[in-house]
Structures are given as structure tokens and as C-alpha cells.
Write a protein that binds this ligand. Structure first.
Ligand SMILES: [Zn+2]
Ligand SMILES: [Zn+2]
Ligand SMILES: [Zn+2]
Length: 446
């Protein structure tokens, strides 16, 4: 079950805060309880999975009552059927009800520190979610409990228990964190994470795979700076120059990157020379991932919300290739799903004043199979209001880059909405510009 707060970004200030989307349907504050009762009694639904999003942006009283209703009506005191709860602690900042449920779930988080402290039992989680803020809180807790570096690391060892294990660790990373009493750094944001805290969690919890959720906003925007004053912990950022990042000796099966709610990370992967804004260094993203979370398999999605998919597909594909091969990667299989607007398959030639179709960027080889997927998406940016909750069928083509010598394989799967291909596109252009990029989407064979 999905319980999400979404609003039109244009109304950020004036947005009302007393409604919520439940499974993509809008519902007012006062209708939530009757609806929950209807679901659990009349329909007899046993809720196994609850994903909430942005509940912290709701009006305070509604937020608290929604948190309590989710516990009392959907989960129940015993939590007999519940398996997954995501995002609920963003509404309460960690409470006893939530930590009790954390114990029953197979997938849970992001956990606040108070919940982590209750996890003294032994349990194997399928998936746990943590935030970059939690790493800082742990570091500062250990500092506060100790007189020197040695004691601090003893405290860290006592705080992260090996009785817990998790197959997959999801790390939520805020892209726009700021220092207290300071404006934002114009070039690089403050994403320092205490490396030793991350490493001990990965080791003691026996993490096998990772997911990185890059997020434009969360309710943990403010950095903690106390730990910066001690030289106990190594500061690490995913957007630092990668040669600065020390190679870890751990190994993971797979690292998955979600960029659906990212702004800067998506942007830097598809742009190298930025005119308007300073780059934030995310072109170092993949080499940094491989130093911090060593793996031979990375997959990511570049969403259709932000700057990258807006102009010139040929240029974007070349830039992406340039960024992902920056380090000349070896033994890496990389899969990227790239969702774009149909508008970017053509450009206006200013000399002739005619619209031309762009071709496939060099270096890529088109693969035969046509792809498709359905994406029910939540609004995030710009003029995308809640109407984008609509179900959309996307058609995709795979473009491959292979380097056998380095054992590097890169699949770029580019997706365009089926509706845009069928309705919004002037097919006569295909005859004038043969071998265009977009033509590959109309080849019906295979
Ligand atoms: Zn709670
Ligand atoms: Zn900083
Ligand atoms: Zn499919």
C-alpha cells in the first residue's frame, strides 16, 4: 500500500497539507479513517506492505494522527501480517510503536537512531533502510560517549551489533544538505559521511547488495557538524574526486541506484559543461561507488523529471558514455534505464530553420529486442503535478557499448512514452532523415 504526499511544485508555499494520496487516489484528512476501516473490515484486506512518502510535509496534527492510524488500523498492535514498512519514522522521528514493528518486518526503514538502539535481538532482514543522517548521529553518539579516538571506536563497535544482518542495505542520501547558520556551498554540497560508520555497518550486518536512493529533499537537510571537529572519522562524499576515495576491501553482488527523486546527481551524469549551474561533481559517482561499495554490477535509472532528458538525445548519450567510462572501468556490467521526452529526438537547425531528427550517438550498438515497461510515477519536479500518477506505457530500445578487453559492458536502455510516439510525433520526418535515433522505436520487427 502506498501512502504518499504529493503536490504541484509551483504551489510549494501555498500547498495545502491536509490530504494524502493512498494508492494513487487523493483522500482528505477526514476520509482517511473511514477508508482504512472500509479496507480492513468490509474488504478484509490484510496489509503486508506499507510505503509512505513525504509524510513529514503534512500539517502537524494530521501527520501525527495519520502515523497513529497506520499503526492502529493497518498494521495492528501485533503486526501479524506486516512484512514491509518504509518511511513511517519520517512522521514521528522514531517512536516505540515503530521500533516494535521494525522487529516484525522483513524490510524496514529508514530507521532513526532510537530504533537502531532497540535492535538488540537477532534477526536477518531482507532489506534495511538507513539515511546519511543516521551515520552522522551514530558518529556523534560515539564521540559523546568517549574521551579519545580509541574509546570512540570501542563505542561504535558496541553500537552496531552483529546480531542483525541484512541482505540488502538501502542508503538514502540527501543531495542538498546545508550547514547550520550558513548558506549552501555553491560548488559542492555537504554530503560528508563518516566512512568508518558505513564500513562497520556493511561488515557487521553482512550486507550482500546495496541500493542508493539519491534524494533532492528530505526532512534531514541540516548537517551535523560536531563530528567534523574531531579527526576520528574519515569524511567521504560520493561526489568527491574519486582518486581521494580509498578502496574498500569489501565486495557486493549488486549496487542499484535510484535517481527517481534526484536532481543534481541526474543532472551531472548527463552534463559535463554546465552553463547555468556549477556542477556538483557527480560525474565521479560511479568510480566512487566502486571504491566505497566494490561491485561488478551497477544498475541505475535516470528519470524523466529533470534537465538531462530535456535536450538533444545524441549529446546526452555521448555525455553519459563519457561520464560512465571516465575511469576506464574494468570488470563492470552497467545497466542504465533512461526515461526521456520525445522532444529531445529532434533539433531545430537555425540556418535552415528546419526541424531535423538526431542520429544515434557514436560508440553505441543498437540491440534487436524492443523493450517496454509500465511506470506509475509520482510527481517530483517542475510542472509535473499529481496527474503524472497516471499509468504510462514506455517503449524502449537498448544501446550497447562493449569492451571485451576490459570486461566492460554497458547497456543504455532509452525509454519514450508510447503515447508520445503515437500521438505527438510527425512521422513524415522519418522519410526525410533516415537512420535517425527515433526511427529505431518504430521498427516493429523482433
Ligand atoms: Zn513512529
Ligand atoms: Zn561539508
Ligand atoms: Zn514488460
Amino acid at each position: 500500500m502506498k501512502i504518499e504526499y504529493a503536490y504541484n511544485v509551483e504551489n510549494l508555499i501555498t500547498r495545502s497539507k491536509d490530504y494524502i494520496y493512498i494508492n494513487y487516489r487523493i483522500m482528505n484528512n477526514q476520509d482517511v479513517l473511514p477508508y482504512f476501516i472500509f479496507l480492513t473490515t468490509t474488504v478484509g484486506v490484510k496489509v503486508k506492505k506499507i510505503t509512505t512518502r513525504k509524510l513529514w510535509m503534512l500539517e502537524d496534527k494530521f501527520k501525527r494522527s495519520l502515523h497513529d492510524l497506520i499503526h492502529s488500523q493497518l498494521i495492528g498492535n501485533n503486526g501479524t501480517h506486516i512484512q514491509t514498512v518504509i518511511g513511517l519514522e519520517e512522521a514521528c522521528d522514531g517512536c516505540e510503536k515503530c521500533s516494535n514493528i521494525a522487529k516484525k518486518c522483513l524490510e524496514y526503514g529508514p530507521l532513526r537512531f532510537s530504533t537502531l538502539q532497540t535492535m538488540t535481538y537477532s534477526k536477518n532482514y531482507k532489506k534495511l533502510h538507513v539515511t546519511d543522517k543516521l551515520f552522522e548521529v551514530i558518529a556523534e553518539y560515539c564521540i559523546s560517549k568517549s574521551k579519545n579516538k580509541e574509546e570512540c571506536f570501542e563505542e561504535l563497535d558496541k553500537t552496531i551489533l552483529a546480531t542483525i544482518s541484512c541482505d540488502k542495505l538501502a542508503i538514502w542520501i540527501n543531495e542538498t544538505r546545508i550547514l547550520p547558520n550558513e548558506g549552501t556551498d555553491p560548488t559542492r554540497d555537504h554530503m560528508h559521511m563518516p566512512r568508518e560508520v558505513i564500513d562497520i555497518i556493511l561488515r557487521k550486518w553482512k550486507v550482500k547488495s546495496l541500493k542508493l536512493n539519491m534524494l533532492h529533499i528530505t526532512n534531514e537537510r541540516l548537517c551535523s557538524v560536531e563530528w567534523h571537529r574531531y579527526d576520528y572519522f574519515t569524511r567521504v562524499r560520493l561526489n568527491d574526486p574519486y582518486l581521494k576515495t580509498k578502496q574498500s576491501d569489501l565486495k557486493f553482488i549488486h549496487v542499484e541506484v535510484s535517481l527517481s527523486y534526484s536532481c543534481y546527481c541526474v543532472r551531472d551524469l548527463g552534463n559535463r559543461q554546465l552553463i547555468v549551474n556549477q556542477p556538483r561533481g557527480f560525474d565521479n559517482f560511479i568510480p566512487n561507488i566502486r571504491r566505497l561499495f566494490p561491485t561488478d554490477q551497477i544498475s541505475m535509472n535516470l528519470s524523466h523529471w529533470f534537465a538531462v532528458p530535456e535536450i538533444n538525445i545524441a549529446k546526452r548519450m555521448s555525455t553519459i558514455l563519457e561520464v560512465v567510462t571516465m575511469e576506464k572501468p574494468q570488470n563492470l556490467s552497467l545497466d542504465i534505464m533512461f526515461f526521456v521526452n520525445i522532444g529531445i529526438v529532434k533539433k531545430l537547425n537555425e540556418e535552415t530553420d528546419r526541424v531535423e531528427l538526431l542520429s544515434i550517438a557514436s560508440g553505441y550498438v543498437l540491440q534487436k529486442k524492443r523493450l517496454h515497461c509500465f511506470k506509475k510515477s509520482s510527481p517530483f519536479n517542475g510542472d509535473h503535478g499529481p496527474e503524472v500518477f497516471l499509468d504510462n506505457k514506455w517503449i524502449g530500445r537498448r544501446f550497447q557499448v562493449e569492451n571485451a578487453e576490459n570486461q566492460f559492458n554497458f547497456n543504455l536502455d532509452v525509454y519514450i512514452k508510447e503515447k508520445e510516439l503515437e500521438e505527438g510525433f510527425d512521422k513524415a520526418l522519418l522519410q526525410i532523415y533516415p537512420n535517425s535515433f527515433v526511427e529505431t522505436f518504430f521498427i516493429k520487427t523482433v
